[in-house]
Design a protein around this ligand. Structure first.
Ligand code: HEC
Ligand code: HEC
Ligand code: HEC
Ligand code: HEC
Ligand code: HEC
Ligand code: HEC
Ligand code: HEC
Ligand code: HEC
Length: 365
C-alpha cells in the first residue's frame, strides 16, 4: 500500500507533468512552445483554440516563435518561467518569416499613418481621448517600461504603430492575433473598420456602387480562405477592396502587394489633390485589375471622367477655401467634403459625390 502511494507520488511529480505537456494541445510544436501551451492552454482557451486552427499551428509556429523577446527590448517581460517574452509583437518578428510582405507594407502610407496624427491637437489637450480615437486607427508611439505599458499606450493595434524596436506599423491591424484567417484580411469589413465615416467614407462608397451592392451574393462561390487565391482566375464577378488594392491580377500571382498605394494615381485625401510620383505606372497597375473584368473602353472612359471630376472638385474646394480665410472649422469641413466627393468619384458612389459637394457648400455659407 505504502509502496503504491510512493509510486503514485513519484509518478505525479515526474511523469504526469510530461504527459500533461503532451495533452495540452494536439498541435506539434517546438519544445519551448509546448511549455507555453502547458500553462496557457487553460488560461486563454479560446485564443489557443483559434491559433490551433491556423496554418501557423500546422507549421510549428507556436507561442514561443512569436512571443519570445530580446531582453534589451523595453517591451520584454523577463524571468517568465525561464523565458523572456513579450506581449507586443513588432512587424520585424513577422518579417523573419514573411520578408516580402513586410518590405511592401513598410513602404506604404499605412506604415507611416502615425506621422499624420503625431501633432494633432487632441494628442496634447487630451492624451487619453487621443488614444481612444485617432490612435486606434492610425497607431501610436508605443512606450513600455520594463514590460509594462506607459499609461493608455496599450492595447493598440493601429496600422502605423511605432514599436519599441523602432519599427513602424502593425500587421495585426488587418490580420488579427491568432487565427490569421485570410478571409478576414480579404474582407471589406476589415478595411471598412478604419475607412468609413468622416475620415474618408471608402467603405460606404464601395457598398453603394455596382461593385459592392450585391457583394454578399457575389462572394459565396469563392473560398476566401484559400492560399494563393487569384481573383481574376475565380468565378468572382465583383471586386471588394482587397481585389482592387491588394490581390494579384496575373496568373503567376506575383503582383500582389502589401502597399495599397501601389495602384493609385491621385492623392485624394487632401484639400487639393495632386498626382503621385510615377502615377502613370501606378494607374496601369490598377487598370490591369479592371481589365480582368471590363473592356478597354469602359476602363479608359471611367478614368477620363474620374480625372475631370477630381480637377473640378479641386477647383470648387479651392474657391470655397479662399472664402473661408483662416476659419479652421470651415476649412476642415471643406477638406472633408472634398475628400468624400473624390472618393465617390473614384469608387463610383454617386451619393458620396453629392454629399461631399454639399459639405463643401456648408463650409462656404
Ligand atoms: C509555468 C507556467 C507558464 C509557462 C511555462 C509560461 N507562462 Fe506565460 N504566463 C503564465 C501566467 C501564470 C501568467 C499570468 C501572470 C503573469 O502575467 O506573469 C502568464 C502571462 C503571460 C503573458 C502576459 C499575458 C498578459 O495578458 O499580461 C505572456 C505574453 C505570456 N505569459 C507568454 C508566454 C509564452 C510565450 C510562454 C512560452 C515561451 C509562456 N508564457 C510560458 C504562466 C506560464
Ligand atoms: C504568428 C504569431 C503569434 C503566435 C504564433 C502567437 N501569438 Fe499571441 N499575439 C500575437 C500578436 C501579433 C499579438 C498582438 C500583440 C500586440 O499588441 O502587438 C498577440 C497577443 C497575444 C496575447 C494578448 C492578447 C489578449 O487578447 O490578451 C496573448 C495572451 C497571447 N498573444 C498569447 C499567445 C499564446 C498563448 C500563444 C500560443 C498558443 C500565442 N500567443 C501565439 C502573435 C502571435
Ligand atoms: C517562425 C516563422 C513565422 C513567424 C514568426 C510568422 N509566421 Fe506567418 N506563417 C509562417 C508559415 C510557415 C506559414 C504557412 C506557410 C505559408 O503560407 O508561408 C505562415 C502563414 C501566414 C499567413 C497565411 C495564413 C494562411 O491561412 O495561409 C499569414 C497571413 C501570416 N502567416 C501572417 C503572419 C504575421 C502577421 C506574423 C507576425 C505577427 C507572422 N505571420 C509570423 C511562418 C511564420
Ligand atoms: C487599422 C486601420 C486601417 C485598416 C484596417 C486599413 N487601413 Fe487603409 N489607411 C488607414 C489610415 C489611417 C490611412 C491614412 C494614412 C495616412 O495618410 O496617415 C490609410 C490609407 C489607405 C490608402 C491610401 C494609401 C496611400 O498611399 O495614400 C488606401 C488605398 C488604403 N488605406 C486601403 C486599405 C485597404 C484596401 C484596407 C484593407 C485591406 C485597409 N486600407 C485597411 C487605416 C487603415
Ligand atoms: C476610424 C478610423 C480613424 C480614426 C478614429 C481617425 N482617422 Fe484619420 N484617417 C483614417 C483614414 C482611413 C484616413 C485615410 C482616408 C483616405 O485616404 O481616404 C485618415 C486620414 C487622416 C488625415 C489625412 C487626410 C486629411 O483629412 O487631412 C488626417 C490629418 C487624419 N486622418 C487625422 C486624424 C485625427 C487628428 C484623428 C483623431 C481626432 C483621426 N484622424 C482619427 C482613419 C481614422
Ligand atoms: C491593410 C491590411 C493588411 C496589413 C496591414 C497586412 N496585411 Fe497581410 N494580407 C492582407 C490581405 C488582404 C492579404 C491577402 C492577399 C492576397 O490574397 O493576395 C494578406 C496576406 C498575407 C499573407 C499570405 C500570403 C500572401 O501574401 O497572400 C501573409 C504571409 C501576410 N499577409 C503577412 C503580413 C505581414 C507580415 C504584415 C505586416 C508587415 C501584413 N501582412 C500586414 C492585408 C494586410
Ligand atoms: C473597383 C476597384 C476598387 C474597389 C473595389 C475599391 N477601390 Fe478604393 N480605389 C479605387 C480607385 C480606382 C481609386 C482611385 C485611384 C486613383 O486615384 O488612381 C481608389 C481610391 C481609394 C482610396 C483613396 C486613397 C487616397 O488617395 O486618399 C482609398 C482610401 C480606398 N480606395 C480604399 C478602398 C476601400 C477601403 C475599399 C473597400 C471598402 C475600396 N477602396 C474598394 C478602386 C477600388
Ligand atoms: C471582379 C470583376 C470586376 C473588377 C475587377 C472591376 N469591375 Fe467594374 N464592374 C463589375 C461588374 C460585375 C459591374 C456591374 C455590371 C452590371 O451592370 O451588371 C461593374 C460595373 C462597373 C461600372 C459601372 C458603374 C455604374 O454605376 O454603372 C464601372 C464604371 C466600372 N465597373 C469600372 C471599373 C473600374 C474602373 C475598375 C478598376 C478600378 C473595375 N470596374 C473593376 C466587375 C468588376
Amino acid at each position: 500500500m505504502m509502496q503504491k502511494l510512493l509510486l503514485f507520488m513519484v509518478l505525479s511529480v515526474f511523469v504526469l507533468p510530461v504527459l500533461a505537456q503532451n495533452n495540452a494541445s494536439d498541435a506539434v510544436t517546438s519544445d519551448e512552445s509546448a511549455r507555453c501551451l502547458n500553462c496557457h492552454y487553460e488560461r486563454q482557451k479560446k485564443l489557443v483554440e483559434s491559433w490551433e486552427k491556423s496554418s501557423h499551428a500546422r507549421n510549428r509556429v507556436g507561442c514561443f516563435e512569436c512571443h519570445q523577446a530580446d531582453p534589451a527590448d523595453p517591451a520584454a517581460k523577463k524571468g517568465h518561467f525561464g523565458f523572456t517574452v513579450q506581449l507586443q509583437i513588432s512587424p520585424l518578428r513577422c518579417a523573419e518569416c514573411h520578408p516580402a510582405q513586410y518590405t511592401s507594407f513598410a513602404s506604404s502610407t499605412h506604415a507611416m499613418a502615425y506621422e499624420t496624427i503625431r501633432n494633432a491637437e487632441l494628442a496634447s489637450t487630451s492624451p487619453v481621448l487621443f488614444e481612444t480615437s485617432c490612435a486606434v486607427c492610425h497607431g501610436n508611439e508605443l512606450k513600455m517600461i520594463n514590460g509594462k505599458p506607459a499609461p493608455h499606450k496599450w492595447p493598440n493595434h493601429g496600422i502605423g504603430r511605432i514599436n519599441t524596436d523602432g519599427s513602424r506599423g502593425n500587421c495585426v491591424a488587418c490580420h488579427g492575433h491568432h487565427d490569421y484567417s485570410l478571409a478576414i484580411a480579404r474582407s471589406a469589413e476589415t478595411c471598412g473598420r478604419c475607412h468609413h465615416g468622416a475620415t474618408g467614407p471608402a467603405h460606404e462608397t464601395w457598398k453603394a456602387s455596382k461593385h459592392g451592392s450585391n457583394w454578399n451574393l457575389a462572394k459565396v462561390h469563392t473560398d476566401f480562405n484559400s492560399t494563393g487565391l487569384i481573383p481574376s482566375q475565380q468565378h468572382l464577378n465583383f471586386p471588394d477592396c482587397y481585389v482592387c488594392h491588394v490581390a494579384p491580377t496575373q496568373k503567376d500571382g506575383k503582383d500582389s502587394t502589401h502597399n495599397p498605394g501601389d495602384r493609385l494615381s491621385w492623392k485624394l485625401a487632401a484639400m487639393k489633390s495632386t498626382f503621385r510620383e510615377d502615377w502613370g505606372q501606378k494607374r496601369l497597375k490598377m487598370q490591369n485589375v479592371c481589365r480582368s473584368c471590363h473592356g478597354n473602353s469602359q476602363v479608359d472612359q471611367f478614368y477620363r471622367r474620374y480625372d475631370a471630376a477630381v480637377m473640378q472638385i479641386n477647383k470648387i474646394a479651392a474657391a470655397a477655401a479662399q472664402n473661408a480665410g483662416d476659419d479652421r472649422k470651415r476649412l476642415d469641413a471643406i477638406k472633408a467634403g472634398a475628400i468624400t466627393a473624390r472618393l465617390g468619384a473614384a469608387m463610383m458612389g454617386p451619393l458620396q459625390v453629392r454629399d461631399g459637394l454639399q459639405k463643401i457648400e456648408e463650409g462656404n455659407p
